[in-house]
Design a protein around this ligand. Structure first.
Ligand code: SF4
Ligand code: SF4
Length: 138
C-alpha cells in the first residue's frame, strides 16, 4: 500500500509534502508530483501537509481519481508503462508513456516555490487533461 498524489496537485505543486517525507519518495514533473509506491513507507506524514488535499492513501483514493494510481507508478519509475492499466488515461499521457523516449521523472528532495497561479488552480477540478508528462524545467 502507498500514498498517491491525485488531481488537485496538477498545476499547483506546492511541495509542502516533500519537506516531511522521511524516505524522499516524491518525483517531480513539470506541473505535478507523484509518489513512488514501492519507496513510500505509508507513514501518512505528507497527507495533512498538502494545501490542496491532493494526497490519499490508496484505499481512500476517490473513485474518480483511480487513474492516478498507475500514473504515480509509471511517472515515478516504479512500473513500466506496459505493465499498468492505462484505462482512463488521456491520449497525450498514453503517447508519452509509450514513446521510445519516455523517462520517469527525477526525485525531488526539497520544497520549492509553488507554481505561478497555484492558488487559482487549486480551486479547479478535473485537471487530468492538463497533467504534463514532461520533467521539470532545468
Ligand atoms: S503538497 Fe503540493 S506538491 Fe505535494 S501533493 Fe500537495 S499540491 Fe502537490
Ligand atoms: S506517506 Fe510517508 S513515505 Fe509515503 S510519500 Fe507520504 S511522507 Fe513519504
Amino acid at each position: 500500500m502507498a500514498y498517491i498524489v491525485a488531481d488537485p496537485c496538477v498545476k499547483c505543486k506546492y511541495t509542502d509534502c516533500v519537506d516531511v517525507c522521511p524516505v524522499t519518495c516524491f518525483y517531480e514533473g513539470l506541473n505535478t508530483l507523484v509518489i513512488h509506491p514501492d519507496e513510500c513507507i505509508d507513514c501518512g506524514a505528507c497527507e495533512p501537509e498538502c494545501p490542496t488535499t491532493a494526497i490519499f492513501e490508496e484505499d481512500d483514493l476517490p473513485e474518480k481519481w483511480t487513474v492516478y494510481t498507475p500514473l504515480n507508478a509509471v511517472f515515478s519509475g516504479a512500473e513500466e508503462p506496459e505493465d499498468v492499466d492505462m484505462d482512463g488515461w488521456p491520449q497525450h499521457l498514453i503517447d508519452a508513456a509509450t514513446s521510445d523516449s519516455f523517462e520517469p521523472w527525477p526525485c525531488i528532495d526539497e520544497k520549492m516555490e509553488a507554481m505561478e497561479g497555484a492558488d487559482d488552480c487549486a480551486e479547479e477540478e478535473n485537471k487530468l487533461s492538463a497533467f504534463s508528462p514532461d520533467p521539470p524545467e532545468e
